[in-house]
Design a protein around this ligand. Structure first.
Ligand code: FES
Ligand SMILES: [Fe+2]
Length: 346
């Protein structure tokens, strides 16, 4: 059901402080995260091999983690290195370890075959701490829904005209009535479109009656990573650009980067940043932008959780697709192909 051979976001960099021991569930696997003395992250199966207590109730000791039920100690590769009261370490005394990395604002864990883990498969262009180009805020939201429904939502932004009619959509029907260009890229899709002579969301800080030609482009990458920038250009830019990617310098640029992470088959977590180009800054814009997207993302969650309940309440039946579903269907096929390829290789 889930793709294993890929990197999943396990939280924000600061979620695992130097002495913290943190539990996470990703694609149904319980894992525990902590940092070694030098700050390097460790991800282990969150179940002691002795009597199956969670290691996330354990204690970090230097580079190692001690189970605080009966005291077995594990090193960062998951090998038991101490059994209180006996010299012999049983040969099977170990827990699974997972490759773990830091990139952008996030911690990433590879849930599949460690031999296939390559940091080259972590998306490029991530915004994170210490980057001078962007100013952003961040938040996360838990969902009672299968992650695929959240991917579908982000791959079809026609819903901005309806779900977000009074918030992000600002009562414009352009999201619903125009179609983006969808192009395949490595392990994902690029989705690009113009909104012509449209009202920007309030959080960009433009006057209330301002209108722009808006170029919105995002990459959507397996298993559910959404990297979007929106450029606000003067009216006429879309036409002057031949309705293609503009070369003109935008008046404002904002961005959001998001990760949809399956916890179980009916629970997900949604991490998101929202911000703007540093040169566009003025006091208070980022809190306003994060608050605006949180407000809008509650609208998504209300709809998607209700959609999940409606799906679960009835016998499976085919969905009737429209042209707005092009990216949704193509991304589902990309994920299916990756899952099938993984099954064949296993
Ligand atoms: S359950 Fe971990 S030491 Fe006993
Ligand atoms: Fe939405």
């Amino acid at each position: 059901m889930f793709l294993r051979n890929c990197w999943y976001v396990a939280g924000w960099l600061e979620d695992v402080a130097s002495d913290a021991v943190v539990a996470r569930t990703i694609i149904g696997d319980n894992i525990v995260l902590y940092r070694k003395s030098d700050g390097a992250l460790v991800a282990l199966q969150d179940r002691c091999c002795h009597r199956h207590a969670p290691l996330s109730l354990g204690r970090r000791e230097g580079n190692d983690l001690r189970c605080m039920y009966h005291g077995l100690k594990f090193n960062p590769s998951g090998q038991c290195i101490e059994v209180p009261g006996q010299d012999r370490i049983p040969p099977k005394a170990c827990v699974r370890s997972y490759p773990v990395a830091q990139a952008g604002a996030w911690i990433w864990v590879w849930m599949g075959d460690p031999a296939r883990a390559s940091e080259d498969l972590i998306p490029r262009g991530l915004v994170g701490p210490g980057q001078a180009d962007w100013i952003y805020g961040q938040d996360a939201m838990a969902y009672e829904a299968f992650y695929e429904l959240i991917n579908d939502n982000l791959l079809d932004l026609s819903h901005l005209s309806y779900v977000h009619e009074k918030t992000l959509g600002r009562q414009s029907l352009q999201w619903g009535e125009t179609r983006p260009a969808v192009t395949p890229i490595e392990r994902g899709l690029r989705v690009e479109r113009w909104l012509v002579d449209d009202r920007p969301p309030r959080h960009i800080g433009a006057p209330d009656d301002a209108r722009f030609d808006r170029w919105t482009a995002y990459d959507y990458l397996a298993p559910g990573v959404f990297l979007l920038t929106s450029e606000y250009h003067s009216l006429g830019t879309a036409k002057a650009s031949g309705m293609a990617k503009p070369s003109a310098r935008p008046r404002h640029v904002n961005m959001t980067q998001q990760a949809v992470v399956p916890v179980t088959a009916r629970r997900s977590i949604y991490y998101f940043t929202a911000g703007h180009r540093a040169e566009d800054t003025y006091d208070g814009r980022v809190p306003m932008q994060v608050a605006a997207v949180v407000n809008a993302f509650h609208e998504d969650r209300t709809m998607i959780e209700a959609q999940q309940r409606a799906i679960d309440a009835s016998m499976p039946s085919p969905m009737v697709l429209t042209s707005a579903d092009a990216a949704v269907s193509r991304f589902r096929r990309i994920m299916q192909a990756l899952i099938e390829e993984e099954a064949r290789a296993a």
